[in-house]
Design a protein around this ligand. Structure first.
Ligand code: NAD
Length: 265
């Protein structure tokens, strides 16, 4: 059995993860953590109290010695969470966005060797494929823009998926885009062309009604190609989260992206 702690357990993603881990035959949910929980109290999601709830992840790890900690908290706290947990040698599966690759490389050094720090900007298989298809298309379509759509409760913009997609496109394309840039924005309307991420324009839409969607629009002489992915329900993230809990421990060190755990050829 893989012993799992879920951090951010009362949130939109954390509560789904609590249910998914609880239902997995090969996993044991040993503690849940959320800063909105009272410290060291029974956690009773369905009227039953199978696990202890904590307000602080370090205390939960010390008390329960998990194999894996899953983090779906917030961009402002995830760094502190990892600083607290990695020195215990607990493998970390992180969905929380907002940490740069350089910061993650710094954080993994806090862990004893053999410990895994696995981070996925997006745990849906469809989004991973969208990013891989975009990487392929970028070689043939240097003009590319990312439009991402999320619910109005999202704390960060652009999304981690959009940042990762832009990075993959910019490293895959052979030549820079010749599309007009910020110099074409009218005075008083700065930002009209979006945020420039690794030389790729990214546009973030935030409205009620969306869960998470992204379009990558490619253009070339006389043709366009649009690759789109939609998550309609947070359940779509759970197969990827469980895959990461199972597989991350055999990938010590820093790994970024679910594609590293999914056979793609
Ligand atoms: P949310 O606000 O619904 O939930 C976050 C939870 O974390 C809250 O219950 C909050 O109380 C708790 N929390 C915050 N700081 C904490 C701390 N230091 N210790 C313990 N608990 C803490 O947010 P959400 O929609 O579930 O998203 C969480 C994160 O996951 C965001 O960064 C979001 O962008 C990201 N996300 C990633 C994916 C992915 O596939 N990688 C998918 C969706 C969301």
């Amino acid at each position: 059995m893989i012993r799992v702690v879920v951090n951010g357990a009362l949130g939109r993603m954390g509560s789904q993860t609590v249910s998914a881990v609880g239902a997995a035959d090969d996993m044991e949910l040993v503690a849940v953590v959320d800063r909105r929980l009272d410290h060291d109290t029974p956690f009773c999601p369905d009227g039953e109290c199978p696990v202890v709830g904590f307000s602080d992840v370090a205390a939960a790890v010390e008390a329960t010695s998990p194999d894996v900690m899953v983090d779906f908290t917030s961009p402002s706290t995830v760094e502190d969470n990892l600083r607290a947990v990695l020195p215990f040698g607990v493998h970390c599966v992180v969905g929380t966005t907002g940490l740069s690759e350089a910061k993650l490389e710094e954080l993994v050094r806090f862990a004893p060797s053999g410990t895994a720090l696995f981070v996925a900007p997006n745990f849906t298989t469809g989004a991973v494929l969208m990013m891989q298809f975009s990487r392929l298309a970028a070689r043939y379509f240097p003009d590319a823009e990312v439009i991402e759509f999320h619910h109005d409760g999202k704390a960060d913009a652009p999304s981690g998926t959009a940042l990762r997609t832009a990075h993959l496109i910019s490293t895959a394309r052979d030549e820079p885009s010749a599309a007009p840039g910020r110099e074409t924005e009218l005075a008083g309307y700065e930002g009209a062309r979006g945020a420039l991420v690794d030389d790729v324009f990214v546009h973030s839409v935030r409205t009620a009604g969306h869960v998470a969607s992204q379009e990558v629009v490619f253009g070339s002489l006389g043709q366009t190609l649009t690759i789109r992915h939609d998550s309609f329900d947070r359940a779509s993230y759970m197969p990827g989260v469980l895959l990461a809990v199972r597989e991350a421990p055999s990938h010590p060190g820093l790994t970024i992206g679910l594609e590293n755990l999914m056979p793609l050829s």
